[in-house]
Design a protein. Structure first.
Lengths: 118, 242
């Protein structure tokens, strides 16, 4: 078997593996920074430390935007949009210092984050 | 989320996956597909389309659906290759609908095959008189194979004892100006021989040749880039794009 025919056999295998990696990107590359920020925010809001919650919220938004770039090719659009909505609503709840609803929103966001790629 | 970019990437994934999977499934001719093969093809295509545009599904989930269908079809191909009984069980058997010039009514009724369909399929084979047919067999693909009565078959050279020559396959030696060394080697010739042949026809470089083909008698057919027909016949009466 010469090198050309080896390439002819290996190329489709390589392409399929590459596709699988792209499609599984939500599972492989989602990281844990968003989860850490959700945890930090939960602690801030629980302790009613609103200035720290504001700071951590900004970082959460940045981390979420970065994650979207990595997971968008494999994850379904609805899940991404729902988590984005949770994060957007959270901004208003932190602003109005609404502890109960903010915690509830964060719990939902955490659940959605955990289900990404699963 | 950049939806356009996602659709492009998912489209490329679906396109090349389909290409690879269909190569894996082999070269069954479209006209020989059974109804089940046809439905499989449509379903696999439809899954690939939803992988591209249905962003509300996870790409890998849909892709696994595509792989499962392809895998199942591939598995059935393997099983039907190995077992003649399973092949017949799954694909059915060809059925004789005309035997010795007589319609097989029971077989036709069993297959819910109408005489109007039979007549239509005979007409597509240029048979307008059913009495010319000795045997007609309905294949599993739904196509009709017909054997005419020998008195209606055209005369062949063999009937007239006219000697014939072996024709065989022609071999391409130059395509798009490039010499195909592999083919030259196969027929035990070399570039020197080919260049001599080209020189004898006043061709100084293979790049001047669009196509060069040699037949089994050793006749070389050469079509050059610049040997255009002076007054080509234009059969078109339409000035738009073809």
């Amino acid at each position: 078997m010469n090198s050309r025919s080896i390439i002819a056999y290996l190329l489709p295998v390589f392409i399929i593996l590459l596709f699988i990696v792209i499609m599984l990107s939500p599972l492989l590359f989602k990281g844990n920074k968003v989860a850490q920020q959700i945890e930090a925010l939960t602690s801030d809001i629980d302790n009613e430390n609103w200035p720290a919650a504001n700071n951590n919220y900004t970082i959460l938004v940045q981390e979420w935007q970065k994650s979207i770039q990595r997971i968008q090719f494999g994850e379904n659009r609805d899940d991404i949009n729902e988590l984005t909505r949770n994060i957007v609503r959270l901004k208003g709840l932190i602003k109005s210092q609404d502890k109960n609803n903010a915690l509830s929103e964060l719990t939902e966001a955490e659940y959605r984050w955990d289900s990404i790629g699963m | 989320m950049n939806e356009i970019l996602v659709v492009i990437i998912r489209g490329l994934i679906a396109f090349f996956t389909l290409l690879i999977f269909t190569r894996l499934l082999g070269k069954q001719e479209l006209s020989q597909l059974t109804f089940f093969d046809y439905i499989n093809g449509i379903t696999i295509g439809s899954i690939a389309a939803s992988l591209t545009t249905d962003l509300n599904n996870r790409a890998f989930t849909v892709w696994m659906g595509l792989a499962t269908w392809t895998g199942a079809v591939f598995l059935l191909h393997i099983i039907t290759l190995k077992s003649r009984y399973v092949a017949k069980y799954l694909d059915g058997e060809p059925t004789i609908v005309i035997m010795n010039g007589k319609l097989m009514k029971a077989a036709m009724r069993k297959m819910r095959y109408r005489t109007s369909e039979l007549m239509a399929q005979l007409r597509t084979k240029n048979i307008f008189d059913i009495s010319q047919v000795e045997f007609a067999i309905l294949e599993t693909s739904g196509l009709l194979s017909v054997l005419k009565k020998s008195s209606y078959e055209p005369v062949t050279r063999e009937d007239l004892y006219i000697p014939t020559k072996y024709i065989g396959l022609s071999v391409e030696l130059i395509s798009d100006g490039k010499i195909i060394d592999q083919n030259l080697k196969q027929i035990k010739l070399d570039r020197y021989w080919l260049e001599d042949q080209l020189k004898s026809r006043e061709i100084h470089d293979p790049s001047e040749v669009f196509l060069a083909v040699i037949d089994t008698q050793g006749n070389l057919y050469i079509d050059k880039y610049n040997d255009c027909v002076e007054n080509p016949i234009d059969i078109s009466d339409y000035y738009g794009p073809n």
